[in-house]
Design a protein around this ligand. Structure first.
Ligand code: MN
Length: 484
């Protein structure tokens, strides 16, 4: 289904591309030795380079290069063996040099491709245009004091990967799916923590609209620094609607930079868009071109972990999972590893049901992360086996799970100690059935007189009398024999 926005007169289509700034995971900054730790006191981690002191020279941090190449490989992209740093000149108080060191004509990573999975079950490929590496700016803080602005330089010089996509998005859902997929990939790779709320992954969206079937692109607006997947989707949708309204009233759209307002969900005007020329880019004289060789790239390829798409496919094949379940279980590497440990050697589909059901429900209810869980993967695998082997019923298993959660004991031990083993001894069940029939002569007569829908009631009474321990199919079988 193509997504369009219909008005009384027209049917409109969204054209959107994303630029995502990802803070590179690295102990020190991209051109200085200062720490990148998040949450330290303001201006704690600032070197002379980050503060733009005269006479200081940048030195490229190899770890940042390594991380960018790894990310490029994870996005199925071309790694450029020759790339160049450039100066992007602009004044802002959080940029003491008056320029940002970035890459322009020659980025470190070229064209790539990311597959996204959409809510309707379809998938789509999104083109990656490039990734370049650059330094982050300091952080201006305007809301501490009504008369003053503050600047925290801890962020100044932290390495960034700017990931630029083709204008391939046609709906807010597609952009949302991409951001989630990208976040999942960089987290698997360990190249960015993906925490949008802490600003380590920030999204800019370029949005334009056109009539359905129209070729070419109209003027676009760029929405800066959106800090959650939900907000990005909302910003794209509302910006598209704003532009449509202007066109339909006979107006035009100017290329401009806008800001997303969380309280209203709308975008608001920030400034007319700068063009590349305005920045007077030129090659950074303090850094030589960055040269990589095949061996370097091959060695990073060897470090690559299995990424979410490949893992999802394998889980579907190996454990018989549905695409939907496999998608959720592979979104984070931690969850995928937990599942795989629990499922190996057991019924994977049933293990998935327990993890996605009772297990996640308990984690969420107790606000625990996976590594704080009192229930281990081994315990879940064992629980599934106890049910498969007929030792306990599915109903009893639910109680065992609750006890596992409380006591951290293995399910076999709980079943043993609490005497929860399912009764599969026919003569023992027969005795209970006889008692149930003998103590309910009225219902027995009614049943024999033709009220056969009482059968289920007898099953229920027998199960109850056995405290849930009787094997339900044996109960059914015996009752049929006695009543039939
Ligand atoms: Mn940038």
């Amino acid at each position: 289904m193509t997504y369009t926005i219909k008005t009384a007169q027209n049917e409109w289509e969204i054209v959107c591309g994303l630029e995502i700034h990802c803070q590179i995971i690295s102990k020190s900054k991209i051109f200085s030795g200062a720490s990148t730790a998040f949450g330290d006191d303001a201006n704690e981690n600032v070197s002379f380079i980050d503060a733009g002191m005269p006479g200081m020279l940048p030195v490229l941090n190899k770890e940042c290069v390594h991380q960018a190449v790894k990310t490029g490989l994870g996005l199925n992209a071309q790694i450029n063996k020759y790339s160049v740093f450039s100066r992007k000149n602009y004044f802002y108080a959080d940029q003491p040099n008056g320029y940002q060191i970035t890459q322009y004509e020659y980025p470190i990573v070229g064209k790539g491709c990311v597959k996204i999975d959409l809510p309707d079950g379809k998938s789509k490929n999104i083109g990656i245009t490039r990734i370049h590496i650059e330094q982050d700016a300091a952080k201006s803080i305007h809301d501490l004091n009504p008369k003053k602005s503050y600047i925290d330089f801890n962020r100044a010089g932290v390495g960034l990967m700017e990931i630029v996509t083709e204008p391939d998005f046609r709906s807010p859902d597609e952009a949302g799916a991409f951001l989630k997929k990208l976040r999942s990939i960089v987290r698997y790779l360990g190249t960015c923590d993906g925490n949008m709320d802490e600003g380590s992954m920030r999204c800019d969206a370029s949005v334009s609209v056109r009539l359905k079937g129209e070729q070419g692109m109209r003027e676009r607006a760029e929405i800066k620094n959106v800090n959650s997947v939900k907000f990005a989707m909302q910003a794209i949708e509302n910006e598209a609607k704003r532009q449509i309204e202007i066109y339909e009233q006979g107006g035009t759209i100017e290329q401009q930079t806008r800001q997303f307002d969380q309280s209203t969900g709308q975008t608001k005007f920030l400034r007319l868009k700068e063009y590349a020329d305005d920045y007077r880019y030129f090659p950074e004289p303090d850094l030589p071109p960055l040269l990589l060789d095949d061996e370097y790239i091959e060695n990073i390829k060897k470090e690559m972990v299995e990424l979410p798409d490949a893992k999802k496919e394998r889980f579907i094949k190996q454990f018989g999972l549905t695409p939907y379940d496999a998608e959720i279980l592979t979104e984070s590497k931690e969850t995928a590893d937990f599942f795989e440990q629990a499922a190996t050697g057991h019924d994977g589909k049933k293990v998935a049901n327990w993890i996605l059901g009772d297990f996640f429900a308990n984690l969420n209810a107790n606000k625990l992360s996976l590594d704080q869980s009192p229930v281990t993967p081994q315990m879940i695998g064992e629980l599934v086996d106890l049910i498969s082997r007929g030792v306990i019923s599915g109903k009893i298993a639910k109680d065992v799970f609750v006890m596992m959660w409380k006591t951290r004991q293995s399910p076999s031990k709980i079943v043993e100690e609490k005497g929860l083993k399912q009764v599969t001894d026919t003569s023992a069940i027969e005795k209970i059935v006889d008692e149930v029939l003998a103590s309910n002569p009225d219902n027995l007569k009614a049943y024999l007189d033709g009220k056969t829908n009482l059968f289920g009631w007898f099953v229920g009474q027998t199960m109850k009398a056995s405290k849930g321990a009787a094997n339900p199919s044996l109960v059914n079988e015996l009752l049929k024999k006695k009543l039939g």
